[in-house]
Design a protein around this ligand. Structure first.
Ligand code: ADP
Ligand code: MG
Length: 249
C-alpha cells in the first residue's frame, strides 16, 4: 500500500544555522539541514544530542535563539505557530491522544479547532484518514482499547488529517512493544513512498537504511555528517559517527 493523495502538496524544508540554549546549556549549535520535497531524512545520534529539540524548533514548540526554518524556500519563523503546525505535522514518542475522547474525535479535534471545519465534514475527513492507516473499524473506540501501535497510527492519522506539507517524527516507535513496531514503521515507509517530505528521528537503523533518502548524524547540537544511507552506514567519515555506529551494531 502506498499512501499518496493528500501528500501531493508536500514541500521542501530547510533548516538554517539554528542555535538554542537552555540557560548555560547550548543544546543546538548551528544546525543545517535540507530535506528536498518528497524525500525522507532520518536523524540519528546519541541521546541528548538535541534531536527532539531540533524538531520542536521546526514545529515552533520552542523558539530558536538564532537561525531559520524554510518551507518551500520561504522563512516560516514569522508565521503564526498554529498555521505553521497545519503545514508541519508532528508525531511524538508518546502518542498524546486524549484518553476521554473517541479515536474519531481525537482526529477531528484539530480539524474543527484549527481548520474550522464543520463537524460532519471533519468526521468524514477523519474517517478517511483512519481508513488510510487501517483503523476505520476503531473510530468509536477509546484510545485505551487500542494497542500502542494502533494508538500511534491514530496519532499519525490525526497529523495527516490536517494535510501537512511536511511530517516530523520523534522516535515514533520507541515506546512500542517490539511486535508493534513493524506496523508503524511500515505505515511511515508507505507515507515516504507516497511522496511526503519527512524528517524522522529514529533509533531504527534498518528503517533509516531502507527508507531514508538521506541520513543526518547529530552530536552535541550539530549535524556532523549528512549523506545517503549507504555512505553513512558503509563508509562513515566522522570519528564520532563511527564510534556511534560501533555501539549500535
Ligand atoms: P535528544 O532528543 O537528542 O535525546 P534533546 O533535544 O531531548 O536530545 O535534549 C538535548 C539537551 O537539551 C539535553 O541536555 C536536555 O537535557 C536539554 N533539554 C531539552 N529540553 C529542555 C528543556 N525544556 N529545558 C531545559 N533543557 C532541556
Ligand atoms: Mg529525543
Amino acid at each position: 500500500m502506498t499512501i499518496s493523495a493528500s501528500t501531493s502538496t508536500s514541500v521542501s524544508m530547510g533548516v538554517r544555522d539554528i542555535t538554542l540554549a537552555f540557560g548555560a546549556n547550548q543544546v543546538l549549535r548551528g544546525v543545517n539541514l535540507d530535506v528536498p520535497r518528497g524525500t525522507t531524512t532520518c536523524v540519528i545520534g546519541p541521546s541528548g544530542s538535541g534531536k527532539s529539540t531540533l524538531l520542536r524548533t521546526i514545529n515552533r514548540l520552542i523558539e530558536p535563539d538564532h537561525g531559520d526554518v524554510l518551507l518551500d524556500g520561504r522563512s516560516v519563523l514569522g508565521d503564526n505557530p498554529d498555521q505553521l503546525r497545519q503545514r508541519v505535522g508532528m508525531v511524538f514518542q508518546q502518542f498524546n491522544l486524549f484518553p476521554h475522547m473517541s479515536v474519531l474525535r481525537n482526529v477531528t479535534l484539530a480539524l474543527r479547532r484549527i481548520r474550522k471545519i464543520p463537524e460532519d465534514q471533519a468526521a468524514a475527513l477523519a474517517r478517511h484518514e483512519l481508513d488510510r492507516v487501517g483503523l476505520a473499524a476503531k473510530a468509536e473506540a477509546r484510545p485505551a482499547q487500542l494497542s500502542g501501535g494502533q494508538q500511534q497510527r491514530v496519532a499519525i492519522a490525526r497529523a495527516l488529517a490536517l494535510q501537512p506539507q511536511v511530517m516530523l517524527f520523534d522516535e515514533a516507535t520507541s515506546a512500542l512493544d517490539p511486535e508493534l513496531v513493524k506496523g508503524v514503521l511500515s505505515l511511515m515507509a508507505d507515507l515516504s513512498a507516497g511522496g511526503m517530505t519527512m524528517l524522522v528521528v529514529t533509533h531504527e537503523m534498518g528503517f533509516a537504511r531502507e527508507v531514508a533518502d538521506r541520513v543526518a548524524f547529530m552530536d552535541h547540537g550539530v549535524v556532523l555528517e549528512a549523506a545517503p544511507p549507504e555512505a553513512i552506514f558503509e563508509a562513515p567519515e566522522h570519528p564520532r559517527l563511527r564510534q556511534f555506529l560501533s555501539q549500535v551494531f
